[in-house]
Design a protein around this ligand. Sequence first.
Ligand code: GLU
Length: 508
Amino acid sequence: MERKVRVRFAPSPTGPLHIGGVRTALYNYLFAKKHNGDFILRIEDTDQGRFVPGAEEYIIESLNWCGVKYNEGVGIGGPHAPYRQSERKALYKQYADFLVDKGFAYYAFDSAEELDTIRKDLEKQKITFQYGANNRNELKNSLTISAEEVQQKLNSGEHYVIRIKIPENEEIQVNDLIRGLVTFSSAQLDDKVLYKSDGMPTYHLANVVDDYLMQISHVIRGEEWLPSAPLHVLLYRYLGWENEMPQFAHLPLLLKPDGNGKLSKRDGDRLGFPVFPLRWEDPKTKEISSGYRESGYFADGFINMLALLGWNPGTEQEIFSLDQLVDAFTLDRVGKSGSKFDPEKAKWFNHQYLQTQPDAEIAKSYLNLLTEKGVSTNIEFADKIVKLIKNRANFIEDLWAHSFFFFSAPTVYDEKVLKDKWKENTPSLMLAVKEELEKNQKFEAAEIKEEISAYLEKNQIGMGQVMNALRLLMVGASAGPDLFEILALLGKEEVIRRIDTGLSSIKK
Ligand code: GLU
């Protein structure tokens, strides 16, 4: 029988969720949905020293904002609850004991200071210390001290750790769905700590035990975990769970925009774009990192952009709804090499998504923006402006820069435009145009255009000469949408007023 697809996103609450983490969650979600499987959120908080208050809530809020919904896990429960590892603390010990009994793991009593001294001594000789096959017989552990002594130490409550006994000179193969067969030599691995006398398992033990107990079929996670995979494979073998071992898929890294290294927390605000889905305030330092949500990105556009960072549909299509992504997604189209993060492309996606929003929706947001800017107007007028300028904006916020002149007449005029376009005869031309406009009845864009064009043609005046100057009087600059539309929206009275004001203030 085919195994039911069950995947999990298993972040540690050590800070805000990086966009690379969101992408991992997304790929898990897409894979689960595609195969009618389950998507689980498990919080891996066994490393209490790295726990950051608020991080778990942040992770959940981020997934909710993105629409990456899990159907089992922290906050919502499910058949394998609890899903927070600190609450599962009691169940890991038996597996550590089992490994010790079978001789696959051992107790070690070396203190942190002792190990540090050895490490430093070796460093002087340019040797990296690794607790393992080549030195475990000289260190303080249950392989070197008598059973009675070990028992004594345990009884007296001495601090200990349980370490895995990595086999000597063995090849360990990890079959990765993205990378194929990856072979590791056991000599590369150290005797990692699995369990500590404070009653907490480490990441490796808890992760494997929970993936097994939660019947996880596929482990889809970041490439930084690939070096841990052989250790996990050994744990499945030693615990007798090889047949239930999930399939692995290690996702490529997200790289800095220049391709030089992993996209890090620090890059974002340093390079002027967010690396977190939501704004985050560090509870200790109070340092603030910007978020996609607060920067005006649409969640669906953000997800669309992330999906294509490391995966490709095999076609030219770039715009995908979440459902379309579910349909199109396959792990074999996930690349092996890192994907450069492109902040401009993120904006491009937002632009595309803004254009597909219903005008009425954009107008509502725009009206809020106007209120923030101290402008009051009605929704009908906002809607007209939105129709005119939305294709110039990447973000709702941008709409202001493209439309502020509708709400305040220029008081200064662009120097360069004045120099280049304002000629000696411009004032008289403007007066003539004003006269024409005053005659106009309906004051609609098409009609104004027709009349002005006819007038200019009759008098053999070039369109450019008039348009540039008239735009300057309306907007104060050379930018902006179609001038006839601007005139129509401003209304006859305001247009005439702006011509008069401009003509009396521009003296050349
Ligand atoms: N807790 C690990 C993390 O923070 C999970 C890695 C995995 O998915 O196995 O990413």
